[in-house]
Design a protein around this ligand. Structure first.
Ligand SMILES: [Zn+2]
Length: 335
């Protein structure tokens, strides 16, 4: 597309309004602007300090968003809604992080209100695993699935459940706390304060911690790169995490019988090195059932899943999009 044509497309695409998606995770910030059809017109990502503070980061997003709107020649009043993904369990009633110790700089803060005060646009907030599941359902590996599960394995572990084609939230909105299911009684201390949580045994931080004596200064990305290059120790560490995740996934699968389990998040970049052991344990654990075991596949949206989910959530909450005026139609109109 020539630049003149592109500028014309961008102008037409956001004539019907734009939405913003933001994903705050433990170590990373992602921000994107998209039109009604979820076509991303501007996107940024940057690292965050381990115990970053919410007020600083919300202010930073405010400035970044102003720049991004300027880049696509959009006015602030063209921004209709903002979706925010938080990589921590969320309490639906209070809009606050529901478990201490996971994102310390965000505890006790009604996140939607705080973001709304700075951005001055309606804001909706959800847990990043729920939003990754939503995005994979709309755009990726969960398309057409009715009863399914999305497992996110990054520094921590989370899950989004899909029942009857809709995200399942539970009574308090905190369903899917897969990472904090106990798989080893009196096991290692989890950052949530509990003992023996899956996350404390098979999450990215736990994998890195377990390799610390052998390799100092290693990050999760390095473990994946080394494993993919054939390093036996790193391959085994990922496989053991996969086997533990498989035990927990088989237990969840026994309860709600998903047809498909999608594995995403940072560690999913290890591909079959992670998925193989998960599948093996799930298949073995469910072998006595007459029903087939759930399919275990990789996510299609990679590290952007929660961000795309935040954008999807924002489009769901912006009633201002005129019916039919999506960028697809506009693209056709442009020829
Ligand atoms: Zn825990």
């Amino acid at each position: 597309m020539r630049s003149g044509r592109r500028a014309q497309y961008v102008t037409l695409a956001h004539a019907s309004g734009l939405v913003c998606g933001i994903h705050f995770s433990q170590r990373q910030l992602r921000v994107a602007l998209a039109d009604a059809s979820l076509t991303v017109v501007s996107e940024h990502e940057m690292p965050l300090a381990r115990d970053h503070r919410s007020d600083n980061e919300i202010r930073r997003v405010g400035m970044l968003l102003a720049d991004m709107l300027e880049t696509v020649s959009a006015d602030r009043d063209e921004l209709l809604a903002v979706g925010v993904a938080i990589s921590a369990p969320m309490d639906a009633a209070s809009g606050m992080v529901a478990r201490p110790g996971i994102m310390r700089g965000w505890e006790g803060i009604p996140i939607g209100e705080a973001v709304e005060r700075t951005l001055r646009v309606p804001v909706v907030v959800d847990n990043s695993s729920n939003l990754s599941a939503l995005a994979e359902h709309r755009l990726g590996a969960l398309r057409g699935q009715s009863d399914a599960m999305f497992i996110e394995v990054s520094d921590g572990i989370g899950a989004g459940l899909m029942v009857g084609g809709r995200g399942y939230r539970g009574a308090s909105g905190s369903a899917g706390e897969f990472g904090h299911t106990v798989i080893v009684e009196n096991g290692p201390l989890c950052r949530c304060g509990n003992l023996g949580c899956l996350e404390a045994i098979a999450g990215g931080d736990a994998i890195v911690e377990g390799l610390k004596t052998r390799y100092s200064g290693l990050k999760l990305g390095d473990v994946i790169v080394r494993a993919m290059a054939g390093d036996d120790v790193c391959i085994r560490a990922i496989a053991e995490a996969g086997a533990h995740i498989g035990v927990a996934a088989a237990n969840v699968a026994s309860i709600f019988d998903p047809a498909r389990i999608v594995v995403g998040g940072h560690l999913a970049r290890a591909g079959e090195l992670l998925l193989g052991p998960v599948r093996q344990v799930v298949d073995r654990s469910l072998a006595s059932r007459l029903a087939p075991a759930p399919e275990i596949v990789a996510g299609q949206l990679g590290a952007r899943a929660a961000l795309m989910g935040a954008l999807s959530l924002a489009t769901d909450h912006s009633s201002a999009f005129p019916a039919g005026a999506t960028s697809v139609d506009l693209r056709v109109a442009l020829g």
